[in-house]
Ligand binder design. Structure first.
Ligand code: 0PR
Length: 385
């Protein structure tokens, strides 16, 4: 920082130069991102609510109502009549809240002090952070040959220390949906907290099902499901940061509550204290502006693009790891090692991401990747070997 004030124009010039180093979604070259350009209307609303603070909701009663309504609307999409939860910074914080609720609940009602969480090998790394922060041990359930949770392997690792089981609806690397109905039953029968991470899939699976896609049930219609993560800043087209955590019962928020003496409310259950109301307002705006139909159109368009890339890849001799369930594809070339392949694509200007399980090139077909970009990618892939 300078001692003396700097002219606005100079500051803006400097910031623009740095901003130019960033990649733009609109170039259609960012292939490995679950985020995309937020809808302009959501951005407009976001700016109007920049000064609101949901950490002290008594001061921002209207914005708190907006957050409650967003939670209620997401709950409705997930087959829950009365929903509890919060709009948070993203999937990481949402998952952290879910695991904190599960741990506190198990400590209070079952006396478990050195708990374990069961997560699939395909789980997002946010669960590792949660376990570290909450002093829980991670126990991994294996995947089957289709890269989904192997239910027998899951059953084997349940113990009297298990405080939560986690399954994924839209895995980070392959976009697959775990056998959530079966796992819900196991969790319910064993009285274990069950969290579904639908950070990616939550804003598309329900709408694709409406349009006749044959996808498994993953939501609160399954009695074992206690909480679901759904991120507006991924498939919801809301600006970053906007994650969502939805709980079936209020008691899951209550077990996390700490006294907040000098605020306008007596207790606080969120991890973050001062927190943006803008994220809730922008999510409210885009959800209502799109409606269920808008999201269904978007999800369906992205599935069509995914199918287009899938067919194109097979036609030119690539190995696609699995048939896509959502708008994520992972593939390899039979003759080249994946990292080398990724380097070649990077040299051609594609910002790719390499999946770990299995090692492959991973493309998340978000809204910024248009059909013309897919055609260009297929052309490059055809000429690459
Ligand atoms: N759960 C799942 C299933 C996820 O895929 C992710 C993130 C999270 C939770 C955590 O969400 P937040 O990052 O919002 O806390 N998935 C992407 C990933 O790690 C996030 C991402 C987005 C990565 C854009 C890169 C990128 O350019 O792959």
């Amino acid at each position: 920082m300078q001692d003396k004030p700097v002219d606005k124009d100079d500051i803006l010039k400097e910031l623009s130069e740095l901003h130019e180093l960033d990649y733009n979604y609109s170039d259609g070259r960012i292939l490995g991102s679950m985020c995309t350009e937020a809808h302009p209307f959501a951005k407009e609303v976001y700016c109007k609510f920049l000064d609101t603070n949901l950490g002290d909701p008594g001061l921002f009663k209207g914005t708190k109502r907006i957050e409650d309504e967003v939670i209620q609307s997401i709950g409705e999409i997930l087959s829950l009549d009365v929903a509890y939860g919060n709009i948070v910074t993203g999937g990481t914080e949402a998952n952290l809240m879910a695991i904190r609720a599960a741990r506190n609940h198990a400590r209070k009602y079952k006396g478990i002090v050195d708990g374990e969480i069961i997560i699939p090998e395909s789980a997002h790394f946010s669960f590792k952070k949660a376990a570290d922060m909450l002093n829980l041990k991670i126990v991994e359930a294996e995947l089957d040959e289709n890269y989904k949770i192997d239910v027998d392997s899951l059953k084997k690792v349940i113990s009297d220390k298990t405080v939560a089981i986690v399954a994924i609806a839209g895995t980070t690397e392959l976009g697959l949906i775990d056998p959530i109905e079966e796992i819900s039953k196991i969790a319910f029968d064993n009285n274990i907290y069950f969290h579904v991470d639908a950070a990616f899939g939550g804003f598309s699976i329900p709408f694709l099902k409406q349009r006749g896609y044959d996808l498994p049930t993953f939501d609160f219609s399954l009695p074992g499901v206690c909480s679901v993560t759904v991120d507006p800043h991924k498939m919801g087209l809301a600006p970053i940061p906007a994650g969502g955590i939805i709980f079936r019962k209020e008691e899951y928020l209550e077990v996390m509550a700490v006294d907040s003496p000098y605020l306008t409310v007596k207790t606080q259950s969120t991890i973050v204290g001062t927190r943006l109301g803008a994220s809730s307002a922008a999510t409210y705006a885009i959800m209502n502006y799109f409606g269920k139909e808008g999201y269904a159109d978007l999800a369906q368009d992205l599935m069509k693009n995914t199918q287009y890339l899938y067919d194109g890849l097979l036609e030119i001799g690539y190995d696609v790891i699995c048939k896509p369930e959502l708008n994520i594809l992972a593939f390899n070339h039979p003759d080249i090692e994946t990292n080398e392949f990724a380097e070649k694509l990077e040299k051609l200007g594609w910002k790719v991401s390499v999946a770990k399980c299995p090692v492959s090139i991973r493309v998340v077909l978000m809204n910024h990747i248009k059909k013309t970009h897919i055609k260009e990618l297929l052309e490059d892939l055809k000429d690459l070997f």
